[in-house]
Design a protein around this ligand. Sequence first.
Ligand code: PRX
Length: 695
Amino acid sequence: ELGPSDLRHVESMSHTPSGAGKINKLNAVILGESLASEENDLVMPSPGFSQSALISSQEQYEKMYKKSVEDPAGFWSEIASEFYWEEKWNPNEVCKENIDVTNGRVNIEWFKGAKTNICYNAVDRNISAGNGDKVAIYWEGNEPGQDGQLTFAQLLDRVCQLANYLKQVGVKKGDAVIIYLPMLMELPIAMLACARIGAVHSVVFAGFSAESLAQRIIDCKPKIVITCNAVRRGPKVIFLKDIVDSALTESAKNNVSVDICLTYENPSAMKREETKWQDGRDVWWQDVVPNFPTKCDIEWVDAEDPLFLLYTSGSTGKPKGVLHTTGGYMIYTATTFKYAFDYKPSDIYWCTADCGWITGHSYVTYGPLVNGASVLVFEGAPNYPDAGRCWDIVDKYKVTIFYTAPTLVRSLMREGDEFVKRYSRKSLRVLGSVGEPINPSAWRWFFNVVGDSRCPISDTWWQTETGGFMILPIPGAWPQKPGSATFPFFGVQPAIVDEKGKEIEGECSGYLCIKKSWPGAFRTLYGDHERYETTYFKPFAGYYFTGDGCSRDKDGYYWLTGRVDDVINVSGHRIGTAEVESALVSHPQCAEAAVVGVEHEVKGQGIYAFVTLVEGVPYSEELRKSLTLTVRNQIGAFAAPDKIHWAPGLPKTRSGKIMRRILRKIASRQLNELGDTSTLADPGVVDQLIALADC
Ligand code: PRX
């Protein structure tokens, strides 16, 4: 997919002594921040926090880290022994790996031959430990006052009923199940039910359009799709079942037919009678699932059997099915959760991510529940009915750990401190951030205003592919630097490499790679192992390439600086520029499109699209709207371009390659940094584009 020569040059991610890269710099300027001393700005953990933390000092971290890299098999076996395994692993074969493409096929295996089940570990095991009456899931609906809860014992009943239903309709170990649900309790229930019977779930974020859903259905050919009729999000109602209906029609055209569409009736959003229905295919969840027994045998699976597929964006058009397996993923998500948030059994944990993304897999469902944590699932929008909703929820449930994305922090920060200060937030102990670099001013607001300067912030850097946290400040152990994800997790060996793939030591900037495998690593791209190797292991032989730029400062702190490939990060949602381009060119009046990311005050990055129209078609406001709508329909609302820039011509080399470097500069209006344009086939297009910039 990518060769090192296609990567964005380190220019856009250089870590100057004063900053965590370009995004931070821009936000910092917008937010009126001084950049001078970022790198020297240390925020110390409070002695009280450190004293009672699981890892309470730098020395303790260093000792554990040393062991984890010198003896990974021993380190992870010891941790794995804390979980339930129906059959143990061979101590001599804890990890088998080849991540060096020059030595043959890339292959990663942890605990192969051992048998376990992640649903058993996340639910039954907690009940056996005497926690059956502990709340596993608190649920807060879209409207304040709408709520529910399930203890671990009740969760087990619900999971078993659904698992039995799935078995009865013929879902077997290894079969794919698509889940297209909003944040109802039924979403983690459905994930766990699949895991219980060894089925492979693929959750599709319920903000994806019918076309995106169809694409995923066509790729993994599920026996069944699980959805609900509609959901309320803030003031809006979204008719999910209609989207599923169109997706199923589309997939049938591609010879993939799905036998059953199990539909949860969500009466607060839509009545059953109003839901469009296809007899023979559609089944109401409430009509069938509760009739099944609340006991369901476990399917013991191999540690290396697939647990789930999650589609994510790459630098080419087609989303890729990231495949995670069971055993390594289980211990990795559970262990990272425990240490990153200094988890204690009395904690009430809230992660605002949707289960449709990896954060919701690893840190709403699996990591916390395997630890026996009480998890809050929130259906609604964080600014509805007003910008104080999050803190209202924090007080209502006495949330102790609050994990969110910088985009949410920035959007709430804009609304002013008053919405925060209205609530006590006394229960909060640890804060977390994920999805994109958090700019220091947002970090500080989160720390000072939300956390009353009391709660450490775990800025967790990781990816869909990594399964769990990779670089993060273990709270209590490290002095933090606002905007830096700090240090690697146990067993993670980061390497910063230069263009030629040579590792650079000490203080430097370059491409972030990882040297060895870790238990939570993805094992392949579904149905395309070659693409797996080409995308992640070929750019820099001997390493896993993350696609991110990174700097390391004089104190060894890591500063993530954003993607260096054609992937952009919009409000923490990852989207390939090629996906947006292919949606745009499907519009009958669009001849060509080039999409780049541009800094955005709230979203981190915004989507900036240059479009060339079919000969003779005039550009108009109406056409702009219609192009935007096409992207919404083909991908989802979150991928809609923030700016459409009409381009009579695009800057291309003589061989016809679009020069994105120039487009990025035009998009960010850095017009005096355009660089050499003499190699363009037609240098005149640049002036033309600049002239049209504010059309
Ligand atoms: O660029 C990095 C950014 O998000 C990308 C991964 O996106 P995705 O697979 O959708 O997973 C998002 C949730 C883990 C990374 O390549 N990213 C994620 N977390 C951070 C981050 N960038 C900087 N700091 C972070 N904490």
